[in-house]
Design a protein around this ligand. Structure first.
Ligand code: NAD
Length: 298
């Protein structure tokens, strides 16, 4: 049986690790705060008290952590996964981090006699729970082939997009698109409300035409209800827009609308809303339009 160490059991990692248990893998979970480990144990996995304990018997290690420095902190160093795991172990990083960092991690893995893939995901908490994620994989073809049966238990679309770092580049493009689309959906919803249109009827018909998109399908109802429980935290999307801007700058590409969307996310975060779902961009549109919803109304 393949043993998988799963590090980072948050909104995404928790359900992803549970899906691997359900698929019959032996999963050893580790998370900085303990309750998430206990939840995995209740779901049939095993728990570890630290990175070293989680990875020593693992054939494959998956990380699902907030940002690049978090992944480097668990991967590198004398107690990190490239030192503590068995030689040849495959590390699959599903976190969203800078493409440059993913390349650097892959080089560190190879020089330690291990292997690494970047395999960031899209599809949100719902995609993680339903094992319906879209997974963009960067790395060596043979490693991707080895990882595929595992990744196919987590997502419906698993695509090898290029060498190490390429998965993160594609994910950056994904976050650029999602930020822009959410902002436009937020603007459309506030506009429809201001015009006293039946917003639910409007969303239904918009979703069937050229304006249809996954944000309208899966997020518009919560946005209309002012339900901003995350989902995907503004803090994380702010981090991702930093990645997008740095990567686009390095590529010499101008992203004017993406930059504006990133500034709106930064503003929402600066106002203390970093823990809300990114659908909360709607609050900012209301504020800019003099139609702010008060906390009491929410
Ligand atoms: P989260 O904050 O809910 O989970 C991160 C988990 O990692 C937390 O449980 C935290 O305790 C743990 N952690 C942090 N540092 C650690 C360490 N050093 N050792 C062990 N555990 C540690 O975040 P999330 O929403 O699950 O996102 C994880 C990653 O996936 C991020 O890179 C995010 O950008 C990306 N992502 C999120 C979504 C989403 O909808 N939430 C969708 C796609 C991709």
């Amino acid at each position: 049986m393949t043993t998988i160490a799963f590090i980072g059991l948050g909104i995404m990692g928790g359900p992803m690790a549970a899906n691997l248990v359900r698929a019959g893998y032996d999963v050893i979970g580790y998370n900085r705060s303990r309750p998430a480990v206990d939840t995995l144990i209740e779901r049939g996995g095993r728990g570890a008290a630290g990175v070293t304990e989680a990875v020593t018997e693992a054939d494959v290690i998956i990380t699902m952590l907030p940002d690049g420095p978090d992944v480097e902190a668990v991967a590198l160093g004398e107690h990190g996964i490239y030192a503590a795991s068995q030689p040849g172990t495959l590390h699959i990083d599903c976190s969203t981090i800078m493409p440059d960092t993913a390349e650097r991690l892959a080089r560190a893995a190879v020089s330690a006699g291990r292997r690494a893939l970047d395999a960031p995901v899209s599809g949100g908490e719902r995609g993680a729970v339903e094992a319906a994620l879209s997974i963009m994989v960067g790395g060596e073809a043979a490693d991707v082939q080895e990882a595929r049966p595992i990744l196919e238990q987590l997502g419906k679309t698993v695509v090898h997009v290029g060498p190490n770092g390429a998965g993160q580049t594609v994910k950056a493009a994904n976050q650029l698109l999602v930020a822009g689309i959410i902002e436009l959906v937020a603007e459309a919803l506030v506009f429809l409300e201001a015009c006293a249109v039946d917003t639910h009827a409007a969303v239904e018909v918009l979703a069937g035409g050229l304006a249809g998109n996954a944000v309208l399908d899966h997020k518009a109802a919560a946005m209309l209800a002012r339900d901003f429980k995350p989902g995907f935290r503004i803090d994380l999307h702010h981090k991702d827009m930093g990645i997008v801007r740095a990567a686009a700058r390095k590529a010499g590409v101008a992203i004017p609308l993406g930059t504006l969307a990133g500034e709106l996310i930064a503003s929402l975060r600066a106002q203390g809303h970093g823990d809300l779902d990114h659908g909360a961009l709607l609050l900012l549109v209301e504020q800019l339009s003099g139609r702010a919803t008060t906390n009491q109304e929410r």
